[in-house]
Design a protein around this ligand. Structure first.
Ligand SMILES: Nc1ncnc2c1ncn2[C@@H]1O[C@H](COP(=O)(O)OP(=O)(O)OP(=O)(O)O)[C@@H](O)[C@H]1O
Length: 543
């Protein structure tokens, strides 16, 4: 008897020690695995085809994937812990099972049946949670959004001027109430299952208890053994229950890993590791669009429809049109951020799908309306390279032509000043127009053969704008340029103006040719000119 009790106590100590030791041992491994997969998730996001980033399904998978490996309690880091728990549970099951088998095999079978029933009862909670999770996540997303935006400097002005705080506070309360209701329903479900679960545990304990009493009655075990076996039964049931719940957790993690895998394996359609590179040099080549149409994912009509356009090497093109006409979409097509849904685009006579896309991007310097600037030094932003590789004279030249040098000169650290205060307390903040000049300097530094400027002057003051037009020849020297603008007068220095209307090229020619056509361009131009002229006339009359 003493040996049985000793082996019982020893097994308990070994199992709990093994569990603690292994859990500590994997701590470092968990961290390594998290960072490894986080890096892959980030790399996929950074390098995936641009079109994937515009795709709702991809973005959802991306969010799920980051959640899967972010933090010490993420599903991926739990794998190790669960596997260790499973090992110790199996060991415990084996140790206590071998003790119980000496009493009666039927007890083991009975305990397994009770545990399986309890497991299926608990599966009901998991199924309920899965079915109602979308609702809970919705509340949480809205609450997170408000939490995030409350500290976002970009929204701070609108929040104050449009009384958004009051509005958001109502939304906050509604969602807090929604989530509290959700947890109330969840708890009710949990309690319902807990009643059944406790009844099962009671049934289990009673039957085993009476059976062991019966054995004492018959003189088959002593009172001391009775007490020990009671404890063995509880331990056996607990290890068995752990195994079932760990297997269920592994199953759920498996689902999340499937999301992660779908994200990492999300199809990439652009040529990356192979493809043509021989036309990618400093010399601009002919660009031709043949019957190009483009439809955004989920849209019910084409944004661009059957575009045919040839841009000669070194030609300066202006693209004009009303809001939503498709100008930016055309620019994205030209530089290969998106591929036509119909038709083909050729660069130097070769379909751009055949190019190595990474090399192809070297052909373009672009300034988009939506920009991204990293919190690094001004020189690093302009040169897009590390400090040891920066050509500081070139940085200066580009900043002068972009009209930003006077501002940079006044900064204590000049071009080595950090941009923005998101990371550096002493970072410098720029106005909208100054940011646009910085982006222009960056585009010039890249010195690519094709320059794409999508409304580069929208935020510039009249003098800065006029200086830019004056410098345009210098900026665009020996380059093909595509200049998108709503200021029609500014397009007159371009060789050719393309007017896009309803996704099609409606008018094409020089400024004077388009005025003579008496069409939409003339109407738009006169509408804009009239505004300036009328104001000027009024001022002169007043004088
Ligand atoms: N990522 C997108 N997903 C779905 N539709 C889009 C997307 N981007 C643009 N669109 C749609 O395509 C149309 C053309 O957009 P685009 O940005 O090309 O117009 P634009 O001529 O540059 O307009 P603006 O002068 O206002 O800048 C718009 O009606 C817009 O709703």
């Amino acid at each position: 008897m003493a040996s049985a009790i000793l082996s019982f106590m020893g097994s308990l100590a070994i199992l709990s020690g093994a569990d603690k030791f292994l859990t500590k041992l994997i701590y470092h491994q968990k961290f390594r695995m998290n960072t490894f997969y986080l890096k892959h998730a980030a790399l996929k996001g950074l390098t995936t085809d641009y079109i994937n980033q515009e795709n709702g399904i991809f973005r959802k998978l991306q969010t799920e994937s980051f959640e899967c490996c972010n933090g010490n309690y993420s599903p991926l880091s739990n794998i190790y812990e669960i596997l260790i728990k499973l090992c110790t549970s199996f060991l415990g099951l084996f140790v206590f099972g071998s003790m119980l088998i000496q009493v009666h095999l039927g007890i083991i079978i009975f305990l397994i049946i009770i545990t399986v029933i309890s497991y299926y009862l608990n599966q009901k909670i998991i199924a309920w949670t899965a079915a109602n999770n979308k609702e809970r996540i919705g509340y949480q997303q809205r609450l997170h959004y408000i939490n995030d935006i409350s500290g976002d400097i970009r929204s701070a002005k609108d929040i104050r001027l449009y009384k958004i705080a009051v509005w958001f506070s109502d939304i906050y309360n509604t969602n807090m109430k929604g989530i509290a209701d959700w947890y109330k329903r969840f708890t009710r479900k949990l309690l319902g299952i807990a009643v059944y679960d406790s009844s099962l545990a009671f049934l289990r304990e009673s039957i085993v208890y009476f059976y062991l009493l019966y054995l004492i009655w018959n003189g088959q075990i002593t009172v001391a053994e009775f007490v020990m076996y009671l404890s063995v039964v509880t331990n056996f049931s607990s290890w068995l229950g752990n195994i079932f719940s760990d297997l269920s957790s592994l199953n759920q993690i498996n689902l999340k890993i499937n999301y992660f895998r779908s994200y990492l394996e999300y199809p990439e359609t652009f040529n990356r590791n192979n493809g043509v590179t021989n036309s990618v040099d400093d010399c601009p080549k002919e660009i031709e669009l043949k019957n190009v149409s483009y439809r955004y994912e989920g849209a019910n009509h084409n944004t661009l429809q059957n575009i045919n356009l040839k841009i000669n090497p070194g030609e300066h093109i202006a693209i004009v049109g009303l809001n939503g006409a498709g100008k930016t979409t055309l620019v994205k097509l030209l530089c290969g951020l998106i591929d036509p849904t119909e038709g083909q685009i050729f660069y130097d006579g070769i379909d751009i799908r055949k190019y190595n896309r990474t090399a192809f991007y070297r052909l373009f310097s672009a300034v988009f309306q939506q920009f991204s600037i990293l919190p690094v030094t001004i020189a690093e932003i302009v040169s897009e390279t590390t400090p040891e590789n920066i050509d500081y004279n070139k940085v200066k030249r580009c900043l002068i032509v972009a009209g930003l040098w006077n501002k940079i000169e006044q900064l204590t650290n000049g071009v080595n000043s950090q941009f923005g205060k998101t990371i550096y307390d002493d970072g410098v903040e720029f106005s909208g127009g100054e940011i646009q000049k910085l982006l222009l300097a960056r585009a010039m530094y890249k010195n690519a053969p094709v320059m794409l400027l999508d409304e580069p002057t929208a935020a510039l003051d009249p003098i800065a704008e006029s200086t830019l037009y004056g410098n345009y020849n210098q900026i665009s020297f020996q380059k093909t340029t595509v200049f998108v603008s709503h200021r029609l007068a500014s397009t007159s220095f371009c060789d050719r103006i393309i007017l896009i209307e309803n996704g099609k090229i409606c008018e094409e020619g020089s400024h004077n040719e388009l005025l003579k056509q008496n069409g939409t361009y003339r109407m738009l131009f006169e509408t804009q000119a009239k505004y300036y002229k009328n104001n000027l006339d009024k001022t002169e009359v007043a004088e």
